[in-house]
Design a binder for this molecule. Sequence first.
Ligand code: K7E
Ligand code: CUA
Length: 638
Amino acid sequence: MIRKHKEVAICGGLLLIWLTLAVGCSKKQEVGGFGDAAAKVYVAPGTYDEFYAFMSGGFSGQVAVYGLPSGRLFRVIPVFSQDPEKGYGYSEETKPLLNTTHGFIPWDDAHHPQLSMTDGQTDGRWLFINGNNTPRIARLDLTTFETVETIEIPNSGGNHGSPFLTPNTEYVVASTRFSVPIPQKDVPISSYKENFKGTISYIKVDSASGRMKVAFQILVPGINYDLSRSGKGPSYGWSFFSSYNSEQANTQLEVNASQNDKDFIAAVNWKLAEDLVAQGKGQIWKSPHYHNYMDHADVGQSEVVTDVPVLVAEENPGLIYYIPTPKSPHGCDVDPSGEYIVAGGKLAALIPVHSFTKFQAAVAAKEFDGEFGGIPILKYESVVAGEVKEPGLGPLHTEFDGQGFGYTSMFLSSEIVKWKLGTWEVVDRIPTYYSIGHLMIPGGDTKQPYGKYVVALNKITKDRYLPTGPELTQSAQLIDITGDKMKLLLDFPTIGEPHYAQACPATLIKDKSLRWYPIEENKNPFAIHAEGEARVERDGKTVHVYLSTIRTHFAPDNIEGIKVGDKVYFHVTNLEQDWDVPHGFSVMGSTNSELLILPGQTRTILWEPKQPGVIPFYCTDFCSALHQEMQGWIRVSI
Ligand code: K7E
Ligand code: CUA
């Protein structure tokens, strides 16, 4: 992850250059001169955007859904963070999704949304996203735009290189950003070289249900694995992972992990790994981790899974090769044909592009240049297809337009550089405001990108928007790539830090969108299916209130017999069978959040009254002309 105002040490031989990034007024863009840009992003009232864009919420732990080209925000989907707007992570049904072996964790740092694929193309079924801090992966259902599953990644110290998919969503991958002792043990931090390891995990995705399961992990030498893409076409069956800190430094990484001229891209043969595991070559480790999912009743369940097959990389020849890559590579992207693997060396003065064909030939001819941690290192010259020369400073990520061009984000020089696959010549560049991290072309990582736009996902927005105190909004920029020259069309604000985003044509998703949950299919054990079933049941000090909502009343709306010290569970069922009619529910003095109950759904919240009296509750979502009448009282006695 690249943070604001970064100082980067570039060390080449005897030379030590400090570059301090100072962005701001000097680069302020001239106002005007945008020609027909307004018309190109204008989506007339009542008409739809052409693309859905799913942007990571970064350290907000959420995903935001935008329309392109308008840049309009449609929905924030809570994933790893509690969201009181929706009751997510507060309701009894959704709380289990946030369970981990470290306990209930209502926050994470989400970086990379990934749309599910069939045959290397976006299929519009699911969205996956990683939790970086407490290693997790979540799956969102794109018919409901809700988080339906989370899985904890065992044997991991930080889940950054994740959740990149294989072309048929066979697996989501997860690689460890931080190496740690695996399995964990109490050792001196200075024993990094001897004791620290990384893992690369393959999480199987059930093709019908989407359910995830850790299929196997590969124990790899302890360095920082950063980003990944899977091979496709000729490189199908392989995944590629960028890595840095081949120095294996354990302190002052900004200097000490920037010493080597080259780090590695790890090429992993996951088809071979599958075979080895099937042959029983994996060691079965006891690695407890949580698997949480919404069940058939739309109620969250948590289970602890223990057994994980682990392959030790150095004991399984042919499983992994290291491809030397300058210099502290960050991005690792595969072109639409599957032939080229593009690295973004944060500190490199060029963009190296590897050839899968040359890689295979080099492996066959054993063109090795030593080994690292028991893994063969290929010769750089034997694998590299070409280098994009003088692209700018700080190349990070590359996406493709399907027309034979790569687009690389340049963090330090704050620009997007367009270059030609095969000749490696730079053909265009455009400034971004400011300090671009990832960039995104709709379908830009697939076999057939949709093209049309590139979106710059920027880290800094100084002087682009009205000031809002010391912190300014995060920001994206929409750029037209239909012509020879890239054209800036629009700035729009984003939530959290939009590390990465993915987009697809709206047609893949919009007609499959669920309008309400059929009430007759509501299997929540605390659901009611008609107002006549509404009731209050006491079980010792626990009280279950089966509450119904429909425009415009609660039933029951006068609740008596509650005592101080009771645990009161409100099970609220929304009986509406109509699109876009959620009801809300909140009780005065509740130490929890509200509930937002979608049509046909049941959600439960716990309330513990502390004092006698008569307490109001009401609907929080303006649902009809008589919304203000949608209320009730609870009498609390000693
Ligand atoms: Cu911000 Cu993909 Cu976490 Cu690059 S990552 S910028
Ligand atoms: Cu129901 Cu407002």
